[in-house]
Ligand binder design. Structure first.
Ligand SMILES: [Zn+2]
Length: 126
């Protein structure tokens, strides 16, 4: 008998950046918290944080990149009406990520999930 999802504890985790709630296993929640010093961020925000790291050319750490992204989210939330902010923030973050795909500085270490389907440089994907 295989280990099914029913055995694992599934909980709702709320993103500390954009407020999005995701259903995750305890294991996954714990891993994300370990990585971001006790904070939990959703998949989209963690992509954005990774992007901050890449764009900084390793001059900043995980923590710093997370702070930068959180500031971006906060600024965005304070600018838009609260009722649809999460939805708009998500699309703003997506735009940000998509835009950075076209930026010449951000090659060659790109592995965003929603990048174009064809892979341009698999050899660099270490
Ligand atoms: Zn988020």
């Amino acid at each position: 008998m295989e280990i099914s999802a029913a055995i694992m504890n599934v909980a709702f985790a709320k993103c500390d950046c954009c407020g999005l709630t995701e259903e995750c296993t305890d294991e996954y929640i714990k891993r994300v918290r370990d990585r971001y010093s006790g904070r939990w961020i959703c998949g989209l925000c963690s992509e954005a944080v990774k992007d901050e790291l890449i764009r900084s050319d390793d001059r900043i750490g995980n923590e710093e990149a997370l702070n930068q992204h959180m500031n971006f989210c906060k600024k965005f939330k304070s600018l838009s009406p609260p009722k649809k902010s999460t939805e708009e923030l998500i699309s703003a973050v997506k735009q940000l990520l998509l835009k950075s795909l076209d930026s010449p500085r951000s090659s060659p270490v790109k592995k965003l999930v929603f990048a174009r389907p064809e892979r341009c440089s698999p050899a660099l994907d270490a």
